[in-house]
Design a protein around this ligand. Structure first.
Ligand code: FPP
Length: 218
């Protein structure tokens, strides 16, 4: 969900306003995804590297996550959205972690769209954590497999994405779902995240439909 900072700078408003507009774009995009028949949507909300931002910006994102859990996500739950969070669990404030788990429990039976929110997430950290768990579980070299690694990622039930959309004109992966996106199609959109919504999601899906997926075969 990239481009909140530039959106705010272009309007001469504080960066926190950009993130707030980003949260509104998230709601719009989830509602559009439901209408378009998307079953699973993963969004990158806070990376392992984002802690390096100024403390007041980090605090504003934590507060926004809290407010989103209190207001937006329960509304989306009424529309059948099941929310799950994935990422490190040792640095996010305890009170927020508790709200995250509560919402996961409350929406566990919603089945219209699965919303996965990456929070304190980094793909390299995820793979290192999976390697640590393989060792802790005593998996022997001859039993090592892609399935054994995938089962130890933060969210083993998260489907490999068919399509990864990067907003704001940047053309990089930035440590997002490196393992899971091995064969994903990539769409780069110039739109700053706060301006994203139904129209740009539909455009990305139309571009995806034109792609021929071969998974390395002919
Ligand atoms: C990237 O834009 C965005 C973030 C680091 C935060 C993402 C948060 C939201 C979209 C709000 C919704 C999320 C929650 C917490 C519910 P950027 O600040 O890197 O933009 P820039 O590259 O233009 O500076």
């Amino acid at each position: 969900m990239d481009g909140n900072g530039r959106w705010a700078a272009a309007r001469g408003v504080p960066v926190a306003e950009g993130h707030r507009a980003g949260a509104r774009a998230l709601r719009r995009t989830v509602e559009a995804a439901i209408d378009l028949g998307v079953e699973s949507l993963a969004v990158y909300a806070f990376s392992t590297e984002n802690w390096a931002r100024p403390p007041d910006e980090v605090e504003s994102i934590m507060e926004l996550m809290d407010e989103t859990i209190e207001r937006e996500l329960p509304d989306l739950a009424k529309q059948g959205v099941r929310t799950r969070f994935f990422g490190r669990r040792d640095r996010v404030p305890q009170a927020l972690l508790e709200k995250m788990s509560r919402l996961e429990g409350e929406t566990a039976h919603s089945d219209r769209l699965s919303l996965w929110i990456a929070f304190d997430y980094g793909s390299r950290a995820e793979i290192v954590d999976a390697a640590r768990r393989l060792l802790e579980d005593g998996v022997r070299p001859q039993d090592m497999s892609e399935e054994a690694v995938a089962a130890r990622l933060y969210a083993p039930e998260l489907p490999d994405p068919d399509l990864v959309i990067r907003t704001s004109g940047e053309q990089r992966i930035s440590n997002f779902l490196l393992w899971q996106s091995a064969y994903s199609e990539l769409v780069f959109d110039e739109t700053l995240w706060p301006d994203f919504g139904e129209e740009r999601l539909r455009a990305a899906l139309e571009e995806y439909e034109q792609r021929a997926r071969r998974y390395g075969a002919r």
